[in-house]
Design a protein around this ligand. Structure first.
Ligand code: FMN
Length: 229
């Protein structure tokens, strides 16, 4: 009888759990004062649960904190408690950093952040990034991602956009950012706000190499498939 090596039926998730901490991704999440605090909340929840992610640096602008209070009723004077208040349970990977601390780890290119998502991204922060103005930690960390050629996703939100907004998006995109407006999709037949939010956030995470199993993937219409056959 052949002495074959035992086959491990490793799923994607057990493979990720077995990854050494040094192989896991470091992600920065910036939250600014645009409408859509729920998008930030969902992003943090999925990243916290994702075994491929080792550390999450969270920076929230002053206006971003106001939006958490306005839209989700979440307040906390203590930055260290804010991540667990946002998720509603203790967190293991999320570290809150003060937005004023332009000397934090993520403000330097020598610190290896894999990707950064600003969700939601206000027109003010978009303008700072497009103009190279790095006077707070969110805009400085974003600036570092661009100068180091790393992935930066800007989940811009406002409506309608004026010419300055549109030009700033183009400038940021030409500098290497992904412009991902907070616009929901409807082709997956969402029934709840959570369905809308989850699909959008899954698309954002796919941009930083963290595709989620629960993301709906369009596979063509039945009519088009029939025509192909
Ligand atoms: C309730 C509320 C909703 C807002 N929604 C938006 C928005 O959707 N987009 C935007 O660009 N600014 C929005 N703003 C304005 C920004 O919060 C404001 O321009 C702020 O200075 C942005 O600062 P930040 O980029 O440092 O977070 C909103 C403000 C409030 C109070």
């Amino acid at each position: 009888m052949l002495d074959l090596p035992k086959r491990h039926c490793e799923t994607d998730s057990t493979r990720a759990e077995n990854m050494a901490d040094t192989q896991k991704q470091i992600v920065t999440v910036g939250v600014t004062g645009a409408s859509g605090a729920i998008l930030a909340q969902k992003t943090l929840a999925l990243l916290e649960e994702d075994p491929r992610v080792g550390r999450i640096h969270l920076v929230i602008t002053e206006a971003g904190q106001r939006l958490f209070a306005e839209e989700l009723g979440i307040t906390s004077g203590d930055l260290r408690q804010l991540p667990s208040r946002i998720l509603g349970h203790p967190v293991g990977k999320i570290e809150g950093l003060p937005n004023k601390d332009v000397g934090a780890s993520i403000a330097s290119g020598s610190y290896a952040v894999d990707s950064m998502v600003i969700i939601p991204c206000s027109m003010g922060t978009l303008g700072a990034i497009a103009g190279g103005i790095s006077d707070d930690l969110v805009s400085r960390a974003a600036d570092v991602m661009l100068k180091e050629g790393r992935k930066l996703v800007l989940c811009v939100r406002d409506t309608p956009f004026n010419r300055v907004h549109l030009e700033n998006m183009l400038r940021a995109q030409q500098a290497g950012a992904v412009i991902m407006p907070a616009v929901p999709a409807f082709y997956h037949h969402p029934k709840t706000i959570d369905d809308l939010v989850t699909q959008y956030v899954c698309r954002v995470l796919a941009q930083i190499g963290l595709a989620q199993e629960q993301m709906y993937r369009w596979a063509g219409t039945p009519a088009a498939k029939k025509a192909e056959a």
